[in-house]
Design a protein around this ligand. Structure first.
Ligand SMILES: NC(=O)C1=CN([C@@H]2O[C@H](COP(=O)(O)OP(=O)(O)OC[C@H]3O[C@@H](n4cnc5c(N)ncnc54)[C@H](OP(=O)(O)O)[C@@H]3O)[C@@H](O)[C@H]2O)C=CC1
Ligand SMILES: CC(=O)N[C@@H](CCC(=O)OP(=O)(O)O)C(=O)O
Length: 350
């Protein structure tokens, strides 16, 4: 039994959108004490001056990242830095005896060649074999024993949760999957750039990186493992003018004689007892506002009998189940805490 506040947690990159969401969630977690938060731009500045909304709940002061003093004060370090940076610091963090949940893509791939094709040369390849993919509802048993968890991407989380049970059960044709997904702008992070400028996104809606997004290979690797055979997926992400939220609509052909009820039953059985995956009622579909600020992934199902095509719709909050919430869920599993601890928010009714 853990004493209240006994997990000492540090967040590296705490002033980015994912890091700040982590700080919010960890500050409300009864088993956690946040011992360090880092930022280069805001070193010496209290977190509640960077994000005034948190008020007195988080008055900790940001510091510059340095492995030794951070590891002396932490049992777990969350790295919420841009891709390609964590691989240069995580080996030392592990050597210093802390456990790590990395929110970037650096430790998500066991196929290092695929990572290198879509990102850059990997400088900590040996750790990719040890790292566990942090999709909690699927890899929970491995996560419990892991020292290093590669927290999944937001789009992959929204796509893998509906598809993995069906791929495992052989209910769908995994050679022909189409994913049409939409993300809020916070998915692009806090650094200003033309693509996220108000006038470029407001009252507009666009596809980007069409069939060329780095999340497609991440989904294909994990889904291929579930299906036991290579899978083929067309992925088209879209940017919508809202701050948070992600909705993915997935089109896939059912194998012969599979009914909508079979699909619903398969998902219900797989996620029985798992608090964060909610199957919508028959004929009902998720909305991003239903999961805003929560760790839920809501899933709706419809078999289009006219075209014999299965349609799955999922909704998550990209910053919570798509990033910080799942990272906290991973920590809970790693430290033997109830997986929902600190994540039991009731969604906004409207
Ligand atoms: N936003 C989202 O919805 C999701 C994000 N993620 C992942 O989380 C990670 C963080 O993303 P996000 O919060 O959106 O990004 P942001 O750009 O909002 O934040 C990045 C953070 O890293 C710090 N940082 C940036 N560059 C460096 C550097 N060179 N050295 C040290 N620190 C640096 C920044 O602070 P400072 O510059 O002050 O050091 C900031 O705290 C990424 O890997 C992203 O892929 C995953 C899923 C969803
Ligand atoms: C809207 C937007 O730009 N979204 C980001 C993905 C979100 C994310 O953070 O994904 P990772 O966890 O892999 O970084 C993108 O398309 O690159």
């Amino acid at each position: 039994m853990l004493k209240s506040g006994s997990i000492r947690a540090a967040v590296v990159g705490a002033t980015g959108y994912a890091g700040a969401e982590l700080v919010r969630l960890l500050a409300g977690h009864s088993d956690v004490t946040i011992t360090a938060i880092t930022s280069r731009q805001y070193a010496g500045v209290p977190f509640n001056q960077v994000y005034p909304a948190v008020g007195t709940a988080v008055s900790l002061v940001c510091e510059t990242f340095a492995p030794e003093p951070i590891c002396e004060r932490a049992d777990i370090v969350f790295t919420a830095l841009p891709h390609k940076l964590p691989m240069s610091i995580v080996p030392e963090l592990l050597d210093r005896g802390v456990r790590v949940v990395d929110l970037s893509a650096d430790f998500r791939f066991s196929d290092v060649a695929a990572y290198e094709r879509h990102y850059q040369a990997h400088t900590a390849k040996e750790l990719c074999k040890k790292s566990v993919y942090g999709l909690c509802e699927v890899y929970g048993e491995k996560i419990k024993k892991a020292d290093l968890v590669g927290n999944p991407g937001c789009y992959p989380t929204s796509v893998l949760l509906p598809l993995i049970p069906l791929a495992r059960a052989g209910l769908v044709d995994t050679k022909m999957i189409i994913v049409d997904a939409k993300s809020g702008v916070s998915g692009a992070g806090r650094s200003p750039s033309l693509g996220v400028h108000f006038c470029e996104v407001n009252e507009s809606f666009k596809a980007y990186k069409v069939a060329a997004h780095r999340h497609a290979p991440e989904m294909e690797e994990i889904l291929g493992e579930a299906a036991g055979t290579p899978v083929c997926l067309t992925f088209v992400p879209h940017l919508v003018p809202m701050t948070r939220g992600m909705l993915s609509t997935i089109y896939v052909n059912p194998e012969q004689a599979v009914s909508e009820q079979d699909v619903r039953q398969c998902l219900a059985d797989y996620y029985k007892g798992r608090p964060f995956v909610r199957l919508c009622g028959e004929g009902a579909f998720p909305e991003t506002r239903f999961v805003r600020g929560t760790n839920f992934c809501d899933i709706g199902v419809r078999l289009d009998t006219h075209a014999n095509r299965l349609i799955l719709v999922s909704a998550i909050d990209n910053l919570v189940k798509g990033a910080a919430g799942q990272a906290v869920q991973n920590m809970n599993l790693m430290f033997g805490v109830d997986e929902g601890r600190g994540l039991d928010m009731i969604p906004f009714p409207v």
